[in-house]
Design a protein around this ligand. Structure first.
Ligand code: F6R
Length: 363
């Protein structure tokens, strides 16, 4: 059942602190170390990592690229499966290919996996359904442990994918010796605090619901983010399109002035995901470019960020302070809740959006 919630999507959003605790428990059984299956490659022997997926799972890969590059120094290629598989990409030696899928049955992702089999040294997967084709056909399958996801729009599976990817990046970083132990320990400690932070973010639901009633009037909505918040902007736009049918696009904040800013006018809300991190000031100046053109900015940031940049914006949503490393996982919550409450305000079918299926087994 829906556990007292109006929709499966609401239930699955609310479950995130608990399922992410499960993920952390599973992959850090011994307490201070990350436990990964022994069959995983030694990442010190890998020269290239390829991450392939579709839709929301692809945005998890796009986020993970930032983590793997920074923490492990490994070159990381990411691609959507339907492009990757038909491009005949060269796969050199010492390559690990990782496929991310909630269902484990997505036809394009499975075909991309089969393309890499026999070419890449290692075929890895991160799936929510352990018996799925993608999990079965990979040499190592890391479970996301999100539990059954019924809402067509992926929510808890996404943040669980991100958490597994973050843990895998830390594991690989330790093997490659690219990052000092103190930093790795700091990140692992931060991960342990994630369920508590997610609960605090969920506590902003009433404010998000209020602003969503106004977003429901919009015809177009833009999402902005920089660094690892860029894929979260893309995810926010995808989620909103899927369930509210409002046209939405996500852009890298710095790319706005290269074209999309032409769309900005008082009727287009611009949602900015901007935790205080080393890129904060850059994002704020992009936000000011929007405000100078009478754009309606909804700023999602922490108390410090809202103090500095909140004045002059149309609306704000306050997130707890979080390390830049974990910000993308935390800010997925307001992205999901904004889409959910906008759709509820519009009266669309949140759990069964038109034209969409939970598992896309056609190419
Ligand atoms: C978005 C969504 C889709 C899926 C995509 C991949 O909310 O649900 O974009 O993420 O179809 O599906 P999986 O993860 O099952 O391979």
């Amino acid at each position: 059942g829906k556990g007292g919630h109006r929709h499966f999507m609401a239930k699955e959003i609310a479950e995130q602190p608990s399922v992410i605790s499960d993920v952390l428990g599973h992959y850090t059984k011994t307490g201070t170390r990350i436990d990964m299956p022994a069959e995983l490659p030694d990442f010190a022997q890998i020269d290239r990592l390829i991450l392939v997926a579709c839709g929301t799972a692809f945005y998890a890969c796009q986020t993970a690229k930032y983590w793997f590059e920074q923490l492990t120094g490994l070159p990381v290629d990411i691609d959507i499966a339907s492009e990757f598989r038909y491009r005949s990409p060269p796969i050199g030696p010492r390559t690990a290919a990782l496929f991310v899928s909630q269902s484990g049955e997505t036809a394009d992702t499975l075909a991309a996996l089969r393309y890499c089999a026999g070419k890449a040294d290692h075929i890895l997967s991160i799936c929510n359904v352990p018996q799925s084709s993608i999990a079965r056909e990979s040499t190592v399958a890391l479970p996301t442990l999100a539990g059954v996801e019924i809402g067509v729009a992926s929510t808890k599976a996404f943040t669980c994918q991100l958490t597994v990817l973050a843990l895998l990046a830390l594991h690989a970083a330790r093997q490659r010796g690219h990052c000092d132990d103190a930093t790795l320990a700091e990140h692992l400690t931060a991960l342990r605090g994630l369920p508590g932070l997610l609960n605090l973010a969920l506590g902003q639901e009433a404010e998000i619901e209020t602003v969503s009633r106004e977003l429901a009037e919009a015809r177009d909505i833009l999402f902005l983010g920089r660094g690892a918040m860029y894929p979260i902007a893309l995810e926010g736009a995808l989620k909103l399109k899927e369930i509210s049918y409002i046209h939405a696009e996500g852009y890298a904040s710095g790319e706005l002035k290269h074209g999309p800013i032409a769309l900005v006018d008082p009727a287009v809300p611009v949602i900015v995901f901007a935790p205080t991190d080393p890129l904060f000031d850059k994002t704020v100046s992009n936000m000011q470019e929007v405000m100078a053109r009478q754009g309606k900015v909804l700023l999602v940031s922490d108390a410090t960020g809202l103090d500095t940049a909140g004045p002059g914006s149309w609306a704000t949503i306050q997130m707890p302070h979080v390390s830049p490393f974990l910000a993308p996982i935390l800010y997925a919550i307001p992205a999901q809740l904004l889409a959910y409450h906008t759709a509820v305000a519009k009266g669309t079918d949140v759990d069964q959006p038109r034209n969409l299926a939970k598992s896309v087994t056609v190419e």
